[in-house]
Design a protein around this ligand. Structure first.
Ligand code: FEO
Length: 168
């Protein structure tokens, strides 16, 4: 069983993970439109990561006897100026998601739900990686001034990213 409050909060987090998927797909589409296929690949892999996060919460809520109630996903931003802007936004977005996970953990602690706390620990650690992944590329973009030969080198590097599903 699970408390109504926690059920609602996990449903909200599922919505935010699906929004993240949508947001990053919009960023992938931007990079496709400017011919940076490595950057596009980076965000297409990120899309898969976000779907994985949403589904992990989906499975957990169902196993706990809760009900997944899907809500509307708002339209993401579709117009971007540069790779630098995209990574600034993506890094800010991951910091926001970390805050949401922290809030969810606070609620699980308040509700004394040990199973939820255990499950959310995975997300707490995952968010450290998520922020670091965006920050690393943002730092490199700042180093190269966001353009020129360095941008193409970074594009080749990001083309190597593959999706490795984490252990469930
Ligand atoms: Fe699901 Fe990128 O956090």
């Amino acid at each position: 069983m699970i408390s109504k409050k926690l059920e609602e909060a996990i449903n909200y987090q599922i919505n935010r993970e699906l929004y993240s998927e949508y947001y990053y797909l919009s960023m992938a589409s931007y990079f496709n439109s400017v011919g940076l296929s490595g950057f596009e690949n980076f965000f297409l892999i990120q899309v898969e990561e976000e779907r994985f996060h949403a589904m992990k919460l989906y499975r957990f809520l169902n196993e706990k006897g809760g009900r997944v109630n899907l809500q509307a996903i708002e339209a993401p931003k579709t117009v971007f100026k540069s790779a630098l802007e995209v990574f600034e936004l993506a890094y800010e977005h991951e910091k926001l998601v970390s805050q949401l996970i922290n809030d969810l953990m606070d609620l699980a602690i308040k509700e004394n739900d040990h199973a939820a706390k255990n499950h959310l620990n995975w997300f707490v650690e995952e968010q450290v990686e998520e922020e670091a992944s965006m920050e690393t590329t943002l730092n490199k973009l700042n180093l190269i001034g966001g353009e020129g030969h360095g941008l193409l080198m970074l594009d080749s590097e990001l083309a190597q990213r593959v999706f490795t599903p984490p252990a469930k």
